[in-house]
Design a protein around this ligand. Structure first.
Ligand SMILES: *[C@@H]1O[C@H](CO)[C@@H](O)[C@H](O)[C@H]1NC(C)=O
Ligand SMILES: *[C@@H]1O[C@H](CO)[C@@H](O)[C@H](O)[C@H]1NC(C)=O
Ligand SMILES: *[C@@H]1O[C@H](CO)[C@@H](O)[C@H](O)[C@H]1NC(C)=O
Ligand SMILES: *[C@@H]1O[C@H](CO)[C@@H](O)[C@H](O)[C@H]1NC(C)=O
Ligand SMILES: *[C@@H]1O[C@H](CO)[C@@H](O)[C@H](O)[C@H]1NC(C)=O
Length: 451
């Protein structure tokens, strides 16, 4: 066989090179994700809210349609579950429950809108790990969309909207006329295998998305919006929940964008259910409070949290780990990585004197154990104070490690860029120069030995 002419050898080489480059490029484009923890179920059975008399005119009350559709899904329990389609239009409704093995699908232009008539809003029992409503004693208003003891639930679609019309509730809070704790926009209690994706949440009366006593929860590719002055409109609050994956979210609200919690003082300690294995990745947003928070209700413990690739524009505090005397529990093995903060009062705050108590029966000797908090690869601009780390006198925070941090800005007249007490740990390449409580180390991996 004659040797191949040189030209085809060159073509072969070029082809190999192209393949190699293409291979490298697709490898680089491979997006890191935790969303695989819950497989996306395809539903063979499909119904529309219109089949139940749903009218998307923005005025008709669709409570009966939603409750009947969900009842039908729960009682027929079709193999593989059922998709409930919400066509374009504005569907006003009172609160409704979800059921297992269902997909709530919002078409592009579909809006599920909460009624502003608060007088008939149902009440439910307080969460055992809180002992009472978060803001008022006793029971609490049920969340606008609610689920208890469910599995395999998906809320998704084509960027449709779930709108809490929360201003009536915010005004009751402002005027101090609330009888009970305001409703969350979505709360799932004691549920598993949940996906919330491709939906816009807006104007929640209180916290937006609240998975509590849940496992295997994915919240992905969502937009959460509420005015910056709306009270307590936290974005996503994983609470006593494990294996939670939050990715690709834009959140601009009046309180913490994401806050990992696990119950409140003596009630949370007694209930004893931690939040663990929580990933928060590729989140962008604004808030007058925290970008990413842990606490302050963390009495069941919080561990194994990874928050990475976080971009915050105009926030109160970039990263806020908050607890208090009486909380008990633990906060450990928390990592924040690749964080950008622009225009913040504080870059980092880790503090043991934050938040209130449910009642006077909290145990003042129940001190939280805070150990192993790593913040790495964080930079910012216009950050007034780089960091405030204030441990608890009889329970100093340990293993706080800062690595490769650059948070320039102008501290207030009587502030240092870093202010620390009752804390130990390490610092590697931190600018401005960190407080002396953190031992300067010369390798980033020395951090581990301080935890
Ligand atoms: C919704 O669920 C709650 C709590 O699980 C329950 O108390 C309530 O009766 C349910 N509401 C409807 C309309 O089924
Ligand atoms: C994110 O959601 C938008 C609409 O809400 C959709 O067009 C887009 O395909 C989604 N991206 C992913 C990765 O699911
Ligand atoms: C989804 O809607 C939000 C809010 O209106 C908007 O900011 C976002 O760009 C939309 N996303 C897509 C993919 O259409
Ligand atoms: C957390 O993740 C680890 C490692 O993936 C796993 O071994 C552990 O069981 C998870 N914890 C919970 C509570 O699911
Ligand atoms: C600490 O948390 C990370 C997630 O950030 C997890 O991968 C790791 O296994 C945890 N370490 C321990 C000792 O549990």
């Amino acid at each position: 066989m004659p040797p191949p002419p040189p030209a085809s050898a060159a073509i072969l080489l070029v082809a190999v090179a192209v393949l190699l480059v293409a291979g490298a490029a697709s490898a680089a484009e491979e997006v890191v994700t935790c969303s695989g923890i819950v497989p996306m179920s395809e539903r063979a059975d499909r119904i529309s809210i219109a089949d139940f008399g749903g009218v998307g005119d923005g005025r008709t009350l669709n409570t009966k349609a939603f409750r009947e559709a969900v009842y039908r899904i729960g009682h027929l329990s079709r193999p593989g579950g059922t998709l409930l389609y919400v066509p374009p239009g504005v569907y006003l409704t009172e609160s409704f429950n979800l059921t297992s093995h269902m997909t709530l699908y919002l078409a592009r232009g579909a809006v599920i809108k909460a009624t502003q008539d608060t007088s008939n809003w149902p009440l439910i029992a307080p969460l055992p790990s809180y002992g009472r409503g978060r803001e008022r004693p006793g029971g609490r208003y049920i969340s606008f969309i609610h689920g208890d003891g469910l599995q395999d639930v998906i809320i998704t679609g084509e960027n449709g909207t779930i709108d809490g019309q929360g201003d009536v509730w915010w005004n009751m809070w402002r005027r101090r006329t609330l009888s009970f704790t305001r409703p969350n926009l979505i709360e799932l209690v004691n549920s598993q295998d949940i996906i919330i994706s491709n939906v816009v949440f807006q104007n929640s009366p209180f916290w937006n998305i609240h998975p509590v006593y849940c496992s295997n929860v994915v919240v992905r590719n969502v937009t959460i919006l509420a005015p910056l002055d709306s009270p307590n409109t936290d974005g996503i609050d994983p609470d006593s929940s494990s294996n939670v994956c939050i990715e690709d979210a834009y959140i601009s609200v009046g309180d913490d964008l994401v806050s990992v919690k696990s119950g409140w003082d003596e009630y949370g300690i007694a209930y004893g259910r931690p939040s663990s294995n929580i990933t928060i990745r590729r989140l962008t947003g604004s808030s007058p409070y925290a970008g990413i928070a842990v606490g302050s209700e963390a009495s069941g413990g919080v561990e194994n949290v990874l928050a990475e690739n976080i971009n915050l524009y105009k926030v109160g505090i970039g990263i806020h780990v908050k607890t208090n005397t009486g909380r008990g529990g633990f906060i450990r093995n928390i990592t924040f990585s690749d964080v950008y903060v622009e225009n913040a009062r504080k870059g980092i705050k880790i503090s043991g004197d934050v938040g209130d108590h449910p009642d006077d029966n909290y145990d003042p000797n129940a001190l939280p154990v805070v150990n192993g908090i790593l913040v790495k690869d964080m930079r910012g601009t216009k950050v007034q104070q780089a960091g405030l780390i204030r441990g608890i006198k009889n329970a100093p925070f340990t293993g706080v490690c800062l690595s490769n941090i650059n948070l320039p800005g102008k501290p207030g007249p009587r502030e240092d860029p870093w202010s620390c007490s009752d804390v130990s740990g390490a610092a590697f390449e931190v600018s401005p120069s960190p407080c002396s409580e953190l031992t300067s180390v010369s390798h980033s991996d020395s951090c581990a030995t301080y935890s």
